[in-house]
Design a protein around this ligand. Structure first.
Ligand code: NAP
Length: 487
């Protein structure tokens, strides 16, 4: 089930939220502790009869991450009264035993979810606690905070250890926990929670109903669904899940592509092997660090020294680099026909290696300019290019030196990326108007750098084109089929 947590401060707003998402959710959780008027009980009692989906009643204390701060006696009294509403479940905390609430809930045919929360860690005894609650005949719910990928792995491996408990809820919160929310059925959880976009007080790491239902199709994931994903740190900003998951949906492929926030590659690979992850994309900062773990690498990975795509092949992890081809795709004809002979690359970071090698493999002369000049020098030495300091470049251009009249200028730094969209990576560079200007940044689509180039009359290439092309190539490597022409 996909469950929507109703965190608005009035019943009217919560009902609207529920109605707006009715076709994406199976159940909703009414957080009474977040209502402004929680002492007027009648409208709350009526809520489940007007809501379009079954409702879980939750009245959460502040020490469990909720907002209720008054006496425990009053909370229990109110809960008992609220049971006259047609709630499907009530969420009661683990330590709230023998308060008479259990019998009162049973009298009203309301099932008890017995929950515990740890906002700081995955507690060492969480398996024992889940088992103990299930033995009481209640539905255990653990909402815990993984603080490393090793913790995420533990949450997934407990699916096997707790296999016999068929009704349980397991949630990993925060950015590390996101895969447990998407692959909740693989964790053996009967329910995953999401929050309406823009609503207040969603738990950390919560996704929206649209994301769970439409983007990840979380409620259709089974043991047979092929799992792919992207590892990075940070990773939640990436547009890759939208590219891959839309392709699977269009072609009817039973697969899902999940963002994995990873701090330790070894731990991720252990997880990937145990959970049959068939392939994954690699982003900042793991593109180089992944190399020692690969059993096989393509020619480009060897040359560039960076890998953005890993596929499980005959029991080995094989690394390829689709950034390389993704970058070349929009300018391939210009390189093949010799229209691009001299290129300037701004930056000398992770993405540059694929860019500079791509250009050098077509025999283009490459100049590199970077904030940290020594990195530009190092990359230039390695690739047979030339490093310029900003002032040297300026002087040579002012003197009309032919060697710095470039056909292509590629911007590969993160300068100008959201949120700092007015920043310009090389303000002293004056476009002639007949160059091609290419920016790797894809948020925003039109950067300050591209704006200036376009105003000068240059042909421009957007970062999204590279992102899309490298994704299309990854899709083919993962699934063996072409990315759909139209979505
Ligand atoms: P990175 O390894 O962190 O490289 C950052 C580069 O930006 C370095 O050259 C760094 O210079 C420079 N830089 C950072 N802050 C700067 C500042 N304030 N002033 C001047 N220079 C600065 O990052 P990356 O992986 O190469 O990614 C860079 C950009 O490319 C990101 O926006 C990323 O989203 C984009 N990208 C796009 C695609 C795509 O498919 N379109 C693929 C990969 C990357 P120093 O050496 O001096 O630190």
């Amino acid at each position: 089930m996909i469950g929507l947590t109703l965190t608005e401060n009035s019943l009217e707003k919560n009902l609207l939220l529920c109605q707006n998402h009715a076709d994406q959710i199976d159940i909703a959780e009414l957080r009474v502790d977040l209502l402004d008027e929680q002492d007027i009980l009648e409208p709350i009692i009526r809520f489940p009869s007007v809501a379009p989906v079954p409702i879980i009643l939750t009245y959460r204390r502040s020490r469990d991450g909720g907002a209720y701060t008054r006496s425990e006696r009053l909370r229990i009294q109110r809960l008992k009264r609220l049971f006259s509403g047609a709630f499907a479940y009530v969420d009661l905390e683990e330590d709230l035993q023998h308060s008479g609430l259990e019998q009162a809930a049973a009298d009203h045919n309301i099932k008890v979810i017995r929950s515990f929360h740890d906002m700081h860690q995955v507690p060492g005894d969480f398996l024992k606690r889940i088992t103990r609650i299930a033995e009481q005949g209640e539905i255990p719910k653990a909402a815990v905070m993984p603080t490393s990928f090793a913790d995420v792995s533990r949450l997934f491996s407990c699916a096997k250890e707790l296999e016999k408990i068929d009704r349980k809820i397991l949630i990993g919160m925060g950015v590390f926990g996101v895969p447990t929310r998407i692959l909740y059925r693989r964790c053996g959880s009967m329910l995953t929670f999401c929050a309406g976009a823009g609503t207040r007080r969603g738990a950390p790491g919560q996704l929206t109903p649209e994301q769970l239902k439409t983007l990840y199709r979380a409620d259709t994931i089974s043991a047979k669904t092929a799992v792919y994903g992207i590892i990075g740190n940070p990773v939640m900003h990436t547009a890759s899940p939208a590219i891959h998951n839309s392709g699977y949906m269009k072609l009817g492929i039973d697969a899902v592509y999940v963002p994995f926030h990873v701090d330790d590659i070894r731990n991720f690979l252990n997880f990937a092997e145990a959970n049959e992850v068939r392939g994954f994309s690699v982003t900042i900062p793991h593109k180089k660090q992944i190399l020692p773990f690969l059993g096989k690498v393509s020619r480009e990975v060897k040359q560039i020294g960076s890998c953005n795509t890993v596929i499980r092949e005959k029991g080995l992890w094989k690394g390829i680099n689709t950034d390389y081809y993704g970058f070349l795709h929009p300018i391939l004809e210009d390189l093949e026909t010799g229209l691009i002979r001299k290129a300037l690359v701004i930056g000398a970071g992770g993405a540059d290696r694929a860019v500079v090698w791509g250009l050098r493999n077509f025999s283009a002369h490459v100049g590199i300019v970077n904030r940290t000049h020594s990195s530009a020098v190092k990359l230039a030495e390695e690739t047979g290019s030339r490093a310029y300091s900003t002032s040297e470049l300026e002087e040579l251009r002012e003197a009309g030196d032919e060697s710095v009249q470039f056909d292509l200028v590629v911007q590969t730094t993160s300068v100008g990326m959201e949120p700092d969209i007015t920043a310009d990576p090389l303000p002293s560079y004056r476009f002639r108007g007949d160059e091609i200007a290419y920016d790797l940044i894809y948020t925003p689509k039109v950067t300050k750098f591209l704006q200036r180039a376009s105003q000068a009359g240059c042909r421009i290439v957007y970062g999204y084109e590279m992102l899309y092309q490298q994704g299309v190539l990854q899709f083919k490597s993962f699934t063996g089929v072409d990315y759909p022409q139209q979505l």
